[in-house]
Design a protein around this ligand. Structure first.
Ligand SMILES: CC(C)(COP(=O)(O)OP(=O)(O)OC[C@H]1O[C@@H](n2cnc3c(N)ncnc32)[C@H](O)[C@@H]1OP(=O)(O)O)[C@@H](O)C(=O)NCCC(=O)NCCS
Length: 343
């Protein structure tokens, strides 16, 4: 097998990359895999976003693409970090293909001055929370990665239980008198963007990270718009709800990602509450409003998938209260690259 870099203008190569991504996702993650469309992949590769420069690799054997690598060099706030995802077609594993693709990504990362690699993968609940005996954990440990954080992936079947949501909204309702909400489909309205960007940065700072080295994400309205541009170009849209303090500031949000016109599973992207306004049930309020808007506007969608760090008990409890059930574990792996051996 030889490894090549994918040219984003090469439609055949992008299609092969997408086929491997979808085949592996469906095989290894049948319960919660939500495929990004090929357009999103091509758009990511075409030009760097505010946060990442993406490069994809294909492993070719006898003229057929059998493995892929997806490498994201973090920009601005994390110039030392690269995210690497190797994928190998299920029938062709344990032949060294994953190792070859990973080696190509490591060379690429080193060549761009990266000293830290991170990678995320899922395994079924049969392998327990430490993933022992699963392919990603075996593979990652064999290549010098450590398992730095474990997450739980949960699924909510829609329509959600109305009684559960109503009960959740009654909790702490007296503590949020004067707070208001707004829910919408699509980009963040311009007037809310600065506050939204601040909350988005707080979300990445406040989520538990286990042993994972996680760079602080600055509040960056341009990065939010960049993400929205890629979503729009790839036929996806977010369903959002926000909560506002009595003074009118945006103090909480929750958003769910969907694909326009396709009844795929939706993906819960994030729920966050400004530190100064916690304890009032605003996370539950925003989450329930976003779910209700999703149900009203997309009755074709029957599942929402979400993921939380294992130790994030607040959000795990909230998700369980909404009716989510755990289906898989996910692991974040990391590896420090030795400085000397630049190839
Ligand atoms: C993880 C994955 C990329 C491995 O690809 P692969 O081509 O089978 O890997 P390799 O043949 O290069 O394996 C190299 C070593 O990793 C370890 N390894 C790989 N699969 C393993 C498994 N199922 N169980 C235990 N160890 C395993 C072994 O040490 C193996 O060496 P060996 O075969 O000589 O014992 C592949 O299983 C896959 O695509 N999984 C789904 C996507 C994914 O989880 N990516 C990983 C992100 S970390």
């Amino acid at each position: 097998m030889h490894v090549v870099v994918v040219d984003p203008s090469d439609q055949v190569a992008v299609a092969a990359l997408h086929r491997i991504y979808v085949t592996v996702g469906r095989a290894d993650n049948p319960e919660t895999f939500v495929a990004a469309p090929p357009e999103e992949i091509r758009e990511c590769l075409r030009a760097p976003t505010a946060r990442f420069a993406f490069t994809a690799f294909l492993g070719i054997e006898d003229g057929e693409a059998v493995a892929s690598g997806w490498c994201a060099l973090a920009l601005a706030n994390a110039p030392q970090l690269a995210y690497t995802t190797p994928r190998v077609l299920p029938d062709l594993r344990r032949r060294g293909h994953g190792s070859s693709v990973l080696a190509a990504m490591e060379r690429h990362a080193r060549a761009h001055g990266r000293a830290l690699l991170q990678s995320t993968a899922v395994w079924s609940a049969d392998h327990g929370h430490d993933g022992s005996g699963s392919a990603p954990v075996g593979f990652a440990l064999a290549h010098g990665f450590e398992l730095a954080q474990v997450g739980v992936r949960l699924r909510l079947d829609l329509p959600a239980d109305r009684g559960r949501l109503d009960a959740l909204l009654r909790e702490r309702a007296a503590r949020r008198v004067g707070y208001t909400t707004r829910a919408w489909v699509g980009p963040v309205p311009e007037e809310l963007l600065p506050g939204w960007a601040l909350l988005h940065a707080a979300l990445s700072a406040d989520e538990p990270h286990g042993d994972l080295e996680r760079p602080a994400e600055p509040a960056d309205p341009d990065a939010i718009r960049d993400d929205e541009r890629i979503l729009e170009q790839s036929g996806r849209v977010k369903v959002n709800a926000a909560a506002f303090s009595p003074a009118g500031e945006i103090v909480a949000f929750s958003s769910i990602l969907t694909r326009i016109g396709v009844a795929d599973q939706a993906f819960q992207q994030g729920t966050v509450v400004d530190r100064r306004h916690r304890g009032r049930g605003l996370g539950a309020l925003a989450k329930v409003q976003a779910l209700r808007l999703l149900e009203r506007t997309r009755p074709d969608i029957t599942t929402v998938v979400t993921e939380n760090a294992q130790e994030n008990s607040y959000i795990l409890d909230l998700n369980r209260a909404v009716g989510c059930v755990p289906v898989l574990y996910s692991g974040d792996f990391q590896k420090r690259l030795a400085a000397a051996s630049v190839i």
